[in-house]
Design a binder for this molecule. Structure first.
Ligand code: PXP
Length: 259
């Protein structure tokens, strides 16, 4: 299981003061030393954390492949094509959201998405689509020509949090808060089975499979045991723990759970 560390949250802290410290660039060597496999950053349209200069510097200096998450905004795609990160993960983006709330809509008319994928691939950038775990979306991602899919694990993370305690991570608010433990246990197992089956299906379609969102030190193990998932991208929980343990140890702790 490969680990991508999402370092946006370092820039979130910097932006709280609008100064130059802490600089996400300083994380690169530490992330590599701790045994992670990839740097992940999200260049949002509103540049609320990672700025263009961060993306330029990180892609230039990273000793690990960089996975750049972004929406299909023309201005962002122009920058991305110029920067040529190793991989681009296309995500949906809403200005008012705190974090990516759901998967990309890959169903229906997706001419624009198909063209975007082709454009990125022409620059020799691997393309991944961040999708909700459902079969139609996996098939659509394949038909669109993406090399990777990343399953949005927010629903899994939320059910886990409702069952075992912890923070609810995304918009999957649902009235499940009032559900019984038996029902929640069933739902968690269903969600895991869904991820297991779909990642097998995806692999048979020759798609590479990643997963992420809301994964933390409590809930990651069951996801890490799914052999057909090749990579996890994790941000919030690692950076949160790094306040107490330092970034290197926080990544080592997460790596240990993925073995
Ligand atoms: N993968 C994708 C595509 C994301 O958008 C995010 C959130 O930026 C993550 C992974 C990491 O999520 P988290 O910060 O909850 O670990």
């Amino acid at each position: 299981m490969k680990l991508g560390v999402n370092i946006d949250h370092i820039a979130v802290l910097r932006e709280a003061r609008k100064i130059a410290d802490p600089n996400p660039l300083d994380a690169l060597g530490i992330v590599k030393r701790a045994g992670a496999d990839q740097i992940t950053i999200h260049l949002r349209e509103d540049r609320r954390h990672i700025h263009d200069q961060d993306a330029i510097d990180i892609i230039k200096h990273s000793p690990l492949p960089v996975n750049l998450e972004c929406a299909m905004a023309p201005e962002i795609l122009d920058i991305v094509c110029e920067l040529q990160p190793h991989r681009v993960t296309l995500v949906p983006e809403k200005r008012e959201e705190v974090t990516t709330e759901g998967g990309l809509n890959v169903l229906g008319d997706n001419e624009k998405l198909a063209q975007t994928i082709q454009r990125l691939q022409a620059y020799e950038i691997e393309v991944s689509l961040f999708i909700d775990p459902c079969l139609e979306s996996v098939k659509a991602a394949k038909n669109l020509g993406a090399e990777w899919i990343e399953f949005h694990t927010g629903k899994y993370a939320n059910i886990y949090a409702m069952l075992y305690g912890g923070l609810i991570n995304t918009h999957h608010s649902i009235s499940e808060l009032e559900l019984s433990r038996t029902k929640l246990t069933e739902m968690l197992e269903e969600e895991l089975t869904n991820l297991r089956v779909l990642s097998c299906d995806a692999m048979e379609m020759e798609l590479k499979v990643a997963a992420g969102h809301g994964l933390n030190y409590q809930n990651v193990k069951a996801i890490a045991e799914i052999e057909t998932i090749e990579e996890l991208n994790i941000g919030q929980s690692i950076i949160a723990r790094s306040i107490w343990t330092g970034l290197e140890q926080a990544i080592i702790d997460m790596r240990t759970l993925l073995l």
